[in-house]
Write a protein that binds this ligand. Structure first.
Ligand code: KE4
Length: 428
């Protein structure tokens, strides 16, 4: 495959941007090779600078749930942008986006718009601290909640992909308030609480992690966390930046039947525009300025172009629940096809899937937490990634990421992906 233009662009980009990218996981660091510079995308397909076509399983890391250049989103942006791009004053659109979230997510009475998932999680922790008057919080090893200082301790996604799960620059003063537990292990949570009795403001979790690959919460785990947080007066925060409005319109809370006290969103709610949000019970969210003393702000928060994009996508997903059934059918077909290929190959593998989140791990042991995810053979993943890329299938360039399906994928695209998988695995 000719990628000479991407190679040239990568060299040029690296002169002006750290690592030539504006987000590390895009740099292909853990899989090697040159990151592809994408020129355009439509539906389920992306086209790089050399006009190579790819079936897209990144979907911009989640937002493109209806595929690229989704008509209603494009039309909404084209119309709204003529009214200017930002006012720095409240707009009716922000009410509509807040309403669609509050009316459809039972645990959310009030919601605040921000500009990224990172802003959402940082703000949620601050609100939980302000509300409880306590400083510490629990996160899970391998969970990624964005690049806020407090979260870059044993973080997943790009942090672990690049080998810095504990980032330099995070001060000991910050790190001391971040407590660590193991995903799918209630005992590890109880131990941390016993050692920090009465000092813990919040517990934040990816209810369905996508940043160690996709990991399935074991039966009783999330409800166990709910019970522990009730008992200990700890604010339970579901980081649904990835799973929100993807695992169903109600996200992981509705799909798995456990309500959090605060929830964070991103990705899908902006339809590819920079949007994050955090929301929850009135009693807690009323602490947020200007109604309460917990300060959080943003020049472009609730930006009209981002709001109209997000609103048009959320409205479509709400009016078309069949999207989630179709996504589940497509991802189930993909899972069955890849499982058959891997079983026939005799290679050790795990395939984790929930809804339209799926990941393939080259290990014989079940992948249930960060430690077991780390047992995946990265050399095999690298070969698989590049083999699939050469077959025109664009997967996330890291073994520590979930794949994201869009509903623009056809069953033919799924079958083509399975055939590519069979060819690549047979050549490994
Ligand atoms: P952003 O600040 O990147 O919008 O969101 C941070 C975030 C928070 N919480 C969860 C569960 C997330 O998955 C993310 C961001 N996800 C990564 C992909 N694993 C974004 C891709 C990137 O870093 O470029």
């Amino acid at each position: 495959m000719n990628i000479s233009k991407s190679e040239k662009l990568f060299k040029e980009a690296s002169k002006y941007i750290p690592g030539g990218v504006n987000s590390p996981v895009r740099a292909f660091t853990s899989v090697g090779g040159t990151p592809l510079f994408i020129k355009k995308a439509k539906g389920a397909y992306m086209y790089d600078a050399d006009d190579n076509k790819y079936i897209d399983f990144i979907a911009s890391w989640g937002p493109m749930i209806m595929g690229h250049a989704f008509e209603p989103v494009i039309k909404a942006i084209q119309e709204k942008v003529l009214d200017s791009t930002s006012f720095g004053a409240p707009t009716e659109l922000e009410i509509e986006v807040a309403k669609i979230i509050c009316d459809n997510i039972p645990s959310v009475d009030l919601v605040r718009m921000v500009n990224s998932g990172t802003e959402a999680t940082m703000s949620a922790i601050r609100v939980a601290r302000g509300y409880t008057g306590k400083s510490k919080f629990i996160k899970f090893i391998g969970n990624y909640h964005g690049h806020g200082d407090s979260f870059l301790i044993k973080a997943g996604s790009g942090a672990v992909t690049l080998g810095y799960p504990d980032s330099p620059g995070v001060t000991p003063g910050t790190a001391q308030d971040t407590l660590l537990a193991d995903y799918n292990d209630l005992e590890s949570v109880e131990k941390v609480i016993a050692a920090n009795k009465g000092e813990i403001a919040a517990l934040i979790i990816e209810p369905v992690p996508g940043n160690m690959g996709c990991i399935i919460p074991e039966k009783g785990f999330l409800i166990g966390l709910r019970e522990i947080c009730n008992r200990e007066n700890i604010v339970l925060i579901f980081d649904e930046v990835m799973s929100g409005f993807r695992l169903g319109f109600g996200g992981a809370q509705a799909t798995l039947g456990v309500d959090a006290d605060l929830v964070t969103y991103g990705k899908v709610i902006g339809a590819g525009m920079p949007v994050g949000a955090y929301g929850g019970k009135k009693e807690i969210m009323s602490c947020v300025a200007p109604t309460g003393p917990v300060y959080q702000a943003g020049t472009l928060s609730g930006n009209p172009i981002a709001m109209v994009a997000g609103l048009s996508l959320l409205q479509h997903l709400k009016d078309h629940p069949e999207v989630y059934t179709e996504l589940d059918e497509k991802c189930s077909r993909l899972e069955k096809g890849i499982r058959k290929v891997m079983e026939n190959s005799g290679k050790p593998f795990q395939l984790n899937r929930l809804g339209s989140m799926i990941s393939l791990h080259f290990t014989g042991d079940p992948v249930v937490n960060f430690e077991s995810a780390g047992k995946g053979n990265n050399e095999s993943f690298k070969k698989f990634f590049h083999g699939m890329l050469n077959e025109g299938i664009y997967l996330p360039p890291s073994a520590y990421e979930s794949w994201f399906l869009s509903n623009a994928l056809t069953m033919d695209d799924i079958d083509q992906t399975i055939r590519a998988c069979e060819k690549v695995i047979s050549e490994m």
